[in-house]
Design a protein around this ligand. Structure first.
Ligand code: HEC
Ligand code: HEC
Length: 298
């Protein structure tokens, strides 16, 4: 809100400017034209290049009327939309008002859509093409930069289209993943092992996923695996969804199954982080995205 000083300041300048324009028009119209003979050949008296003269004819009537029209327009406009300091226009228009009205219409339209989806159970939602189209747009805005536009992920970012889940692929689990985020913690467990023992562990991890591996080295590696790794990855390497410990006895990798990558995972640890989205996306939106993600792995 304007203080009363600025209120009057604006009013006086606005009205003053418009009246000033009106006065200017009147004045120029009234300036006597030197066309003493009245035959339209009067000049301003300026002469250049010996014989170049400036005519001094009155402004055409239509031109003048156009000017008066703009003055009338200015007053009508300000009476309708406001412009005299604090005084609101008779249409009661304001920038904030228009913004709020548009937001309200948009929210109401969305609310109607969300209300319809809220009534559907999860299975119906996963199968609903329209819901998935909305889910896909939300996914593209919020998730694609990490999980890829096709949701197939990348190194360190899990593929969401397969049936292999770090934390679980039920509707509720994915909703939890979105709401609170996830932090995978793979600690460095091999600090006490020498290079040879680490190499044997790597070979054992390779062998678990069906890669060709030296049987003696793998057998040696298994001893350390049974001591250091089973608590999280399970005796047979099938992982633990409560911890987000990946299954190691398949060919799907979060970081990679090449010996150098496995070695890096073991010697440096890994800390994959899925950010929480509860403050970024409403529950309705998270539910649509979850349904979309699950529709990809159906
Ligand atoms: C900043 C990057 C980033 C963004 C943005 C992100 N994610 Fe993730 N997400 C990850 C990472 C990294 C993991 C793996 C966490 C781990 O290693 O424990 C993950 C894990 C997941 C998982 C668990 C997968 C499993 O196998 O259990 C799901 C589901 C998931 N994200 C879905 C989404 C969806 C849907 C969105 C969009 C709302 C999203 N993510 C946004 C990085 C991201
Ligand atoms: C405290 C639980 C825990 C222990 C103990 C642990 N891990 Fe992990 N491991 C994890 C978690 C959690 C991840 C996923 C990290 C992430 O999401 O960033 C992981 C990831 C891995 C990966 C990467 C898999 C991929 O798909 O790229 C390998 C390989 C691995 N662990 C091997 C081992 C080995 C070998 C040991 C024993 C020396 C071990 N882990 C001990 C929890 C553990």
């Amino acid at each position: 809100m304007l203080t009363s000083f600025w209120h009057w300041y604006v009013i006086i300048i606005t009205i003053g400017t418009i009246l000033g324009c009106f006065w200017l028009l009147q004045w120029t119209k009234g300036v006597s034209n030197r066309d003493e003979e009245g035959d339209g050949t009067g000049t301003t008296g300026h002469v250049w290049d010996e014989d170049l003269v400036e005519l001094n004819n009155p402004l055409p009537r239509w031109w003048l009327q156009l000017f008066y029209g703009t003055i009338v327009f200015a007053f009508v406009y300000m009476v309708l939309f406001g412009g005299f300091g604090n005084i609101a226009g008779v249409l009661d228009w304001s920038q904030e008002g228009q913004y709020e009205a548009e937001m309200k219409t948009a929210t109401e339209a969305q609310e109607a859509i969300f209300a319809r989806y809220r009534e559907m159970d999860n299975e119906t939602l996963i199968a609903n093409a329209e819901a998935n189209a909305t889910g896909q747009r939300l996914y593209a805005n919020s998730c694609a930069m990490c999980h890829g536009s096709d949701a197939r992920g990348a190194r360190g970012f899990p593929n969401l289209t397969d049936d292999d889940w770090l934390y679980g692929g039920s509707f509720d689990t994915i909703m939890q993943t979105l709401e609170n985020g996830r932090a995978g913690i793979m600690p460095v467990m091999v600090a006490g092992l020498d290079d040879k023992a680490i190499g044997e562990l790597v070979v054992y991890v390779q062998s678990m996923s069906g890669q060709k591996a030296d049987a003696v080295m793998a057998a040696n590696g298994k001893k350390n695996f049974d001591m250091l790794c089973v608590a999280c990855h399970g005796a047979d390497g099938s992982g633990n969804q409560a911890l987000g410990a990946p299954r190691l006895n398949d060919q799907i990798w979060l970081y990679g199954g090449e010996p150098e990558t496995i070695r890096k995972t073991l010697t440096e640890g890994r800390n994959g982080n899925m950010p929480a989205h509860k403050d970024l996306l409403s529950e309705d939106r998270r539910r649509l995205i979850t349904a979309y993600v699950l529709s990809l792995s159906e």
